[in-house]
Write a protein that binds this ligand. Structure first.
Ligand code: FAD
Length: 224
């Protein structure tokens, strides 16, 4: 059973899916809703409430910090910026976790880099803000380089953190989860739950999310 369908859970779901052929049963449970493409309105207040846990202001127990993370089919990959980096060797060495080897990690990362269409943006797509940032950084003596991002058909709407309205960002909701579900014996189902208060905005605005937002989703193999 995989709990959560974000970067971690969605990827694990994809990797486990082929085992279904051998009779293994795999279940992904996601407490957040599954959004339809046209649910992503780009309107900050309604999307923050709809996508993020506690509207993006989840407070730590001691009240000293707020954390932003999504609760949806695809988890925070629906709202992340798409910057896709592989942890460098110095970080992995500093972690010193038994079983995590940098060369191995890099090889695995290369697979998802390709799957999720991670690449550097064409120069023509770099906006003036970023051009100035590069010039300023270099003039100040810093080494400046572009972050690779996982987008396909980006239209520069700058709405990554509200869920891409152009279906450009390649999170687990667009790549790994559909692959898992496309397995011949897999399928996604939805289960109703009560509508969290934060999701009412979309319902009241009459968007299609009305029904989608009332559902959690799960993936499981069909079989014995
Ligand atoms: C605004 C924002 C921008 C970001 N930008 C970047 C970026 O550019 N590059 C980058 O590398 N990282 C970025 N991140 C971080 C990245 O998104 C996370 O590190 C990553 O998604 C974490 O993966 P995860 O699987 O641990 O959790 P998540 O992707 O958050 O997924 C967890 C899922 O589990 C579900 N869940 C939790 N509890 C339960 C339960 N009990 N039952 C069922 N389901 C449950 C949640 O609803 C959620 O959908 C960003 C994050 C945010 C919020």
């Amino acid at each position: 059973m995989v709990i959560g369908s974000g970067a971690g859970g969605g990827t694990v779901a994809q990797e486990l899916a082929p085992l279904v052929r051998d009779g293994v049963r795999v279940l992904v449970l996601e407490k957040g809703p599954r959004f339809a493409d046209d649910d992503f309105t780009g309107r900050e207040l309604e999307m923050a409430d709809a996508l993020y846990q506690d509207g993006g202001a989840f407070l730590t127990r001691d009240g000293t910090m707020t954390l932003a993370f999504a609760s949806a089919y695809g988890g925070s990959t629906v709202v992340y910026t798409g910057t896709s980096l592989t942890a460098p060797a110095r970080v992995i060495h500093a972690w010193d976790v038994p079983g995590i080897d940098h060369a191995d990690l890099q090889a695995r990362s290369a697979k998802y880099t390709e799957q999720n269409n991670v690449h550097l943006l064409d120069e023509t797509l770099i906006n003036d803000n970023n051009r100035l940032f590069v010039v300023g950084g270099r003039n100040a003596g810093y080494y400046v380089e572009q972050f690779p991002v996982n987008v396909k058909g980006c239209r520069g709407s700058s709405l990554c953190n509200l869920g891409c309205p152009n279906q450009a960002k390649q999170g687990t909701n667009r790549v790994q989860l559909p692959r898992a579900a496309s397995h011949p014996t897999g399928r996604w189902t939805s289960a109703s739950r009560s509508d969290p208060p934060g999701r009412k905005a979309l319902r009241q605005s009459g968007r299609r999310a009305t029904t989608g937002c009332k559902r959690t989703s799960s993936w499981s193999p069909v079989g014995p």
